[in-house]
Design a binder for this molecule. Structure first.
Ligand SMILES: [Zn+2]
Ligand SMILES: [Zn+2]
Length: 224
């Protein structure tokens, strides 16, 4: 559960091995916060830390060293929010952006996005479970971002039904706390790419087979 942006070109950005650093937002360089505890890690039950640097919010778990999310957030959002409310406000902001991405819209320019499982692209995945990594490229501005495959599947009816039957609740918990974003993933075929995702939460299970474009080819949900 993460997202980062890397433009295809442009001198405002510096790209290193894993991430881009930019001053996209006016005032981002002057906005800094002390690390804030941000809920419970869905991978190890540790306490993730929210930090803010260079116009991007990052949530990482120091206990299992997992990057849970990294995404641009305007400094005005950070400056106008009290520290204790910051994780929820950042979570709400990211959720709104992810919903736009899930619908296929670039949050930078409104252009259309092409989203592909990263395992079927030239890009490197960013997280411990590489099969969950999706690369989205904007046809208009060329920006590249990465997100969790679960975000791309939000509008699938089988996923919607599964989430309704589970304790998925991004409104009262932080987005990055959701175990939904960390299903078991198995590469069934490489050419063409077919990935099986197994979600389990509460008493519900859902198995999906998706292709490289994150289109659901098979869905099988059941109550345990
Ligand atoms: Zn952890
Ligand atoms: Zn764009």
């Amino acid at each position: 559960m993460y997202r980062y942006d890397r433009p295809s070109s442009g001198g405002r950005y510096r790209t290193d091995s894993q991430e881009s650093v930019s001053g996209v937002y006016t005032g981002a360089d002057d906005t800094d916060i002390e690390p804030v505890g941000a809920g419970t890690c869905p991978l190890c039950d540790g306490t993730p830390q929210l930090t803010y640097q260079n116009g991007r919010a990052t949530v990482e778990c120091p206990d299992c060293e997992s990057l849970l999310v990294r995404s641009p957030v305007p400094p005005i959002v950070v400056r106008q929010t009290d520290t204790e409310e910051l994780p929820q406000v950042v979570s709400d902001f990211m959720l709104a952006q992810f919903q736009a991405i899930s619908s296929g819209f670039c949050v930078q320019c409104g252009g259309r996005l092409d989203s592909t499982l990263t395992v079927d692209t030239e890009y490197d995945p960013l997280v411990p479970q590489p099969l969950l990594d999706v690369t989205s490229e904007c046809r208009a501005c060329g920006s590249v971002s990465h997100q969790n495959v679960g975000i791309l599947l939000f509008d699938n009816p089988a996923v919607g039904a599964f989430l309704l039957d589970t304790d998925f609740d991004p409104l009262s918990t932080y987005f990055w706390e959701q175990t939904y974003l960390h299903p078991e993933a198995t590469l069934l075929e490489e050419d063409p790419v077919r990935v099986e995702l197994r979600f389990a939460a509460s008493d519900e299970e859902l198995e999906l087979v998706v292709d490289a474009d994150c289109t659901v080819l098979e869905a099988d949900g059941q109550t345990r």
